[in-house]
Structures are given as C-alpha cells and as structure tokens.
Design a protein around this ligand. Structure first.
Ligand SMILES: Cc1cc2nc3c(=O)[nH]c(=O)nc-3n(C[C@H](O)[C@H](O)[C@H](O)COP(=O)(O)OP(=O)(O)OC[C@H]3O[C@@H](n4cnc5c(N)ncnc54)[C@H](O)[C@@H]3O)c2cc1C
Length: 70
C-alpha cells in the first residue's frame, strides 16, 4: 500500500470512554450506590459504576438486577 492508496481518514474522539480516570472515583461510586440503595426499586448500571469493558458492565448489571428482584 502506498500513501496515494489512502482515499480518506477521520479522527474519532470517544468522550467519557475512560470513566475511572479521576482520583476518588471509587468513593464517589460507593456514595451514589448508597444513595440509590435507599430508594426502593432504583438500580444503576453502566461503565461509570462498573468499570470499563463489557465483561465488567454485564456482570455488574446482573448483580444489580438480582438485588432489585430479591
Ligand atoms: C472505541 C471503543 C472500543 C471498545 N471496545 C471494547 C471491547 O472490545 N470490549 C469491551 O469489553 N469493551 C470495549 N469498550 C468499552 C465498552 O464499550 C464500554 O465499557 C461499555 O459500552 C459501557 O457501557 P455503558 O452502558 O456504560 O455505556 P454505553 O454503551 O456508551 O451506553 C450509553 C447509552 O446511553 C445513551 N445516552 C447517552 N446520553 C443519553 C441521554 N441523555 N438520554 C438517553 N440516552 C443517552 C447513549 O446513546 C448510549 O446508547 C470499548 C469502548 C470504546 C469507546
């Protein structure tokens, strides 16, 4: 492949793709979880609370749903 073969390009910036980048994040998640637990029937899921990656998000979502249904 040569430079002349490239017909186009783009730069994609993924905003918020690394929710654990900030110091103190774990403590903030624990506080939000505590506040939500006080509201019956309220669950929160997603990368911000579970960590990056589908494995973390899916496992945490299953746990959250089990808690809501119990
Ligand atoms: C480029 C890239 C590659 C990745 N590759 C992998 C990989 O190979 N394997 C892996 O395990 N993980 C990968 N990840 C990480 C994974 O995608 C995330 O950890 C996961 O998708 C987070 O799930 P989420 O539900 O928190 O957020 P998202 O999947 O981003 O879902 C949030 C949803 O909320 C919607 N939304 C936002 N604001 C509003 C609003 N105001 N009202 C209504 N809807 C709204 C959005 O449209 C979106 O559909 C990748 C991430 C990126 C950015």
């Amino acid at each position: 492949m040569q430079g002349s073969d490239v017909v186009g390009w783009d730069v994609v910036r993924w905003q918020g793709a690394l929710p654990f980048a900030a110091v103190g994040h774990k403590a903030r998640v624990a506080e939000v979880r505590k506040l939500c637990a006080a509201e019956a029937g309220l669950g929160i899921v997603g990368g911000w609370v579970a960590g990056n990656g589908l494995a973390a998000v899916v496992a945490d979502t299953r746990k959250e749903i089990r808690c809501l249904l119990s």
